[in-house]
Design a protein around this ligand. Structure first.
Ligand SMILES: Cc1cc2nc3c(=O)[nH]c(=O)nc-3n(C[C@H](O)[C@H](O)[C@H](O)COP(=O)(O)O)c2cc1C
Ligand SMILES: Nc1ncnc2c1ncn2[C@@H]1O[C@H](COP(=O)(O)OP(=O)(O)OP(=O)(O)O)[C@@H](O)[C@H]1O
Length: 316
């Protein structure tokens, strides 16, 4: 039986086959190295025991419901997160709508609620700091006790650290806002990326000598505005990636920053086979400098030339 890689919530999970289920649970925003320690444990155990491996994740982020004025800006859209989770080897990702009703489930009812929807549940995989249930009152010792009472196993992963500090989505958001791609990419365990559709520009880039592919892109959690060494390729037909330099910014030299929307403009070193309407993926390799307002297009052109040289040096 073919298993759907995406299941829209616990209520729809009855479509899963009755094979023993190894379930990793968490928000998993970014699918970073710490998340993968948890998820991959579920995959390995499921493979060994001939069961199914799944992740249970939530949409939206609980903060959007509980503290809407201070909602956490997400690193990845839900679809991209599910894609990255499935790529770790999971059979499926269950995305549970984080509703007021779900948020109200008391910690002592959490395991029974899971078992009600997933009677084939065999084992739960979380990080050792994971919290659950109404008001996040449940912790891993409580989970261990509840699981034991229901004949389930619990794998709780120790915190994965980078440079002595725990890896977390919060830490990645801060590094991204600071333009520290070296840290972002080390914490993620892959190169931070985005996707977008090429739209027509004003063609000024061409007259500057640096034609750009323009990608409107408005993530919840945006990287620092500035110039980056990037790689880009087709999102629909992934394979070859082209090196280049990109500006993510408001273009204060040529546009009114009061009304401009952030735009990702990618200049590739070789003429690429892409045009308006193509869907591209862009990998953000290194931050080169902050965006600046220049006195004129000549100064801008000279600086973009230096940016291209810096990016070339980065890739050399
Ligand atoms: C590598 C690179 C660096 C850039 N840096 C800046 C900058 O610091 N300040 C700025 O106002 N615009 C900057 N730009 C944006 C240019 O103003 C913009 O690409 C140019 O106006 C072309 O616009 P068009 O795509 O609408 O033709 C940069 C563009 C590139 C490709
Ligand atoms: N560094 C880590 N090492 C091991 N497990 C982790 C790590 N970070 C998170 N986990 C676990 O992965 C699952 C999903 O974590 P979650 O996305 O809630 O945490 P996070 O990355 O610390 O996010 P935030 O910074 O927003 O709290 C949870 O079970 C959590 O305990």
């Amino acid at each position: 039986m073919k298993i759907s890689p995406h299941i829209a919530g616990l209520a729809a999970a009855s479509e899963l086959p009755a094979r023993p289920l190894h379930l990793a649970i968490g928000m998993f925003d970014g699918v970073h190295l710490g998340h993968r320690a948890v998820v991959e444990a579920a995959v390995i155990s499921a493979r060994r025991a001939g069961g199914l491996a799944a992740a249970l994740t939530f949409d939206p982020h609980p903060s959007r419901l509980l503290r809407p004025d201070k909602a956490v800006p997400l690193l990845l859209p839900a679809r991209e997160k599910a894609r990255r989770l499935v790529a770790t080897g999971l059979d499926t990702v269950i995305t549970q709508p984080f509703t007021a009703e779900f948020a109200a489930v008391p910690a002592d009812q959490f395991v029974p609620t899971l078992l009600n929807a997933l009677p084939q549940l065999k084992a739960i995989y979380v990080g050792e700091n994971w919290r659950f249930g109404r008001g996040r009152s449940g912790d891993v010792p409580q989970l261990n006790a509840a699981a034991k009472a229901h004949g389930l196993r619990v794998y709780s992963a120790p915190r994965v650290n980078l440079d002595g500090e725990p890896i977390s989505s919060t830490r990645i958001r801060a590094a991204l806002g600071a333009g520290d791609m070296d840290t972002v990419n080390a914490l993620l365990g892959y190169t931070y990326g985005c996707e977008g559709t090429v739209t027509p520009g004003k063609r000024l880039g061409r007259s500057l000598g640096f034609p750009t592919l323009n990608l409107p892109w408005a993530p919840e959690c945006a990287p620092r505005l500035g110039v980056y060494a990037v790689r880009a390729g087709s999102a629909t037909n992934p394979g070859k990636m082209w090196n280049g330099v990109a500006n993510f910014g408001l273009r204060p030299t040529v546009a009114d920053p009061a009304t401009a929307q952030p735009l990702l403009e990618v200049h590739l070193f070789e003429t690429p086979p892409f045009d308006v309407g193509d869907e591209l993926q862009v990998e953000w390799c290194a931050f080169l400098r902050a965006e600046q307002r220049f006195t004129g297009v000549d100064a801008l052109r000279e600086q973009i030339g230096r940016d291209r040289d810096s990016a070339r040096e980065y890739f050399a």
